[in-house]
Design a binder for this molecule. Structure first.
Ligand code: SF4
Ligand code: SF4
Ligand code: FES
Length: 277
């Protein structure tokens, strides 16, 4: 019998075991849910009580590693970041993220997005190899320059945006919001000088042009990243580059150094001091 603080909830789970099941099927497991319990906690309880072979992917349990993206009551979410109570339902339907092949049960095969992500060269590219190997000073940025990419750097590569994107669902060539958002994260960083190399990938069929900017990707992002915005900014950057407009002098108030150059007009941060408790 459930206690006063507990609630009986049915976990309606999509199961699939390759080599055994011809098709995925649904399975119901009833568990007691206590206040504060997450969907991930619920899956552990189901596994412990009635479905020992249930498979999913998780690690950090705190919304950081990006492993536990799942389709929960019809929306891509992080299982560890979603409390059962916030769903407002006695049924918790959990399926693997759409738009990916299924490895087993709730485990999607995320390899394609990581491969595409890698093609976008998602790291700072610079020509000053000697300076990088033997640094003589800091890479300084203004607060405005930092703002241009900061929110995109919060992406944890969970794949929720890819699962929500209707273009990814219908167009195998489209790179999708995660890899494109991350390409823009570096293209918009003044320390980076890799735009020309990324443009070779972005100007092709996998680039941003197939995005229709409905914004489902940004709506489901559990980290508040706005990949739809990144993609529209990327389109603008590519068009501006094509028209040679990106070489125009920016307004003095927010003057930015050409990408990849060292800044001498920003004072260095004061050295950090460590105080012992
Ligand atoms: S943009 Fe958001 S939803 Fe997409 S992979 Fe990054 S963190 Fe996940
Ligand atoms: S805004 Fe673009 S990337 Fe985001 S869901 Fe829509 S089509 Fe996909
Ligand atoms: S387990 Fe790491 S984000 Fe959920």
């Amino acid at each position: 019998m459930a206690g006063s603080n507990t609630k009986q909830v049915t976990f309606h789970l999509r199961r699939f075991e390759p080599g055994k099941d011809a098709e995925p099927h649904w399975e119901d497991h009833s568990i007691e849910v206590t206040p504060g319990m997450t969907v991930l906690d619920g899956l552990w309880k189901v596994k412990e009580l009635s479905a020992p072979s249930l498979a999913w992917r998780s690690s950090c349990r705190m919304g950081i590693c990006g492993s536990c993206g799942m389709l929960i009551n019809g929306r891509p979410r992080l299982a560890c970041n979603t409390q059962v109570s916030e769903l407002g339902s006695a049924i918790v339907a959990v399926a693997p993220l759409p738009n990916f092949d299924i490895i087993k049960d709730l485990v999607p095969d995320l390899r394609p997005i990581f491969e595409t992500h890698r093609e976008m060269l998602p790291y700072l590219l610079r020509d000053d190899t000697a300076e990088q190997e033997d640094p003589t000073r800091e890479y300084r940025q203004t607060p405005h320059e930092l703002e241009q990419y900061l929110q995109f750097s919060y992406c944890i590569k969970c794949g929720c945006c890819m699962a929500a994107c209707p273009t990814v669902a219908t167009d195998a060539q489209y790179a999708g919001p995660m890899p494109l958002g991350q390409a823009h994260r570096y293209d918009s960083d003044t320390r980076d000088a890799g735009f020309d190399r990324r443009r070779e990938v972005l100007a092709g069929g996998s680039g941003p042009w197939r995005c229709h900017f409905a914004g489902e990707c940004s709506q489901v992002c559990p980290k508040g990243v706005d990949p739809a915005k990144a993609i529209q900014l990327m389109k603008r950057q590519l068009v501006s580059d094509l028209l040679r407009l990106r070489r125009r002098t920016p307004p003095a108030a927010v003057a930015e150094a050409p990408h990849g150059t060292m800044r001498d007009d920003i004072p260095a941060a004061p050295p950090r001091t460590v105080t012992e408790a």
